[in-house]
Design a protein around this ligand. Sequence first.
Ligand code: SF4
Length: 375
Amino acid sequence: MEEIFQTDQLIKYIYIHVPFCLKKCNYCSFYSEIYSDDLKKKFVSYLIKEIKLFKNKFHLKSETIYFGGGTPSLLSPEDINNIISEFNLTDIKEITLEANPLNIDKIYAKELAETLINRISLGVQSFLDKELELLGRLHNAEQIYKAYENLRNSGFKNISFDLIYGLPNQTIEDVSFSLERMVDLDPEHISTYCLSLEKDVPLYNMKKQIPSDEEVSEFYYFIRDKLMTAGYEHYEISNFAKEGFESRHNLCYWNDEFYLGLGPAASGYIERNRYTNPSDLYEYFIQIETLEVFGNFRSLSKSDHEKEFIFLSLRKTVGMNLKEFQKKFQTDFLKKYSKIIAKYLENKFIEIEEEFIRLTPKAYFVSDEIFSEFV
Ligand code: SF4
């Protein structure tokens, strides 16, 4: 490890993958195991060992910690306190816990509010019970209201909702139904996801019933319009926030910052090296025991780094800072990519304003196609 990394590298952003769910949802390809108390206990003890290994090698001073999953709300408040207390929290600004509405009863919400968690990302997905059932979610719409009320009553002032769209046989009225209920509840942040199905998930057999690209594009711009009208700022292709409530943690990915990934299947990015922990709890335990904590680290070449920087920066609606690009890569972006830029300026899919180049709104839904030309 010493040969590859400077050991005093400052790392401010921490992602923790909690690999447990009560049941696998019908559309999900994320790594998780079915929850058991014993396995969770073992996981927490290995996670703490993993944190200690990193603490010995790097200078960890967390500004954000993000508990993702899986279902992090299966951790007890005591687990959460034990994990968080491993970090230097002098500069901490945001600690997010992804939560399943089903887990957020009055007692859990109250106990969570007594930890340092200050942001909850609630896996709402939809307010239509028929859609929640199709997705194989364990909660229903009623439970979302209860969870939200419990969180607010316990004092949480920064709550994000996930909204999924592009479901089999979904209509714009269905999308509108969920969206209206979300806006009525007034969370500080909303993340939107277009359903994408891998071959190995149960819902894949309904792939043919998924709305066409034109329909899904219509859903996307409908959602965008409604959320912006309701006072949300569209700050990243799929993310909307009330002023000052952008996800600080997720911005680290789009801003090319280094971050630590802890837990099975978690990815990290340190000194231009990317690594991913094994997507298997038992292999993960072995990796910690044998001190091979970096799994499959991969050094990013300068050109790969440049490509990643372009497509991650352009996901932000503010766009990519041309001066920053020049500084990082000693290259004039506008000259190097002049042909592609000319084409997209011509059809108004990108715009340049002062030192920023950005996608225009009509390009958002086809952003992957545009990025592929740069990479
Ligand atoms: S969607 Fe979330 S709750 Fe459902 S299986 Fe995937 S990680 Fe678990």
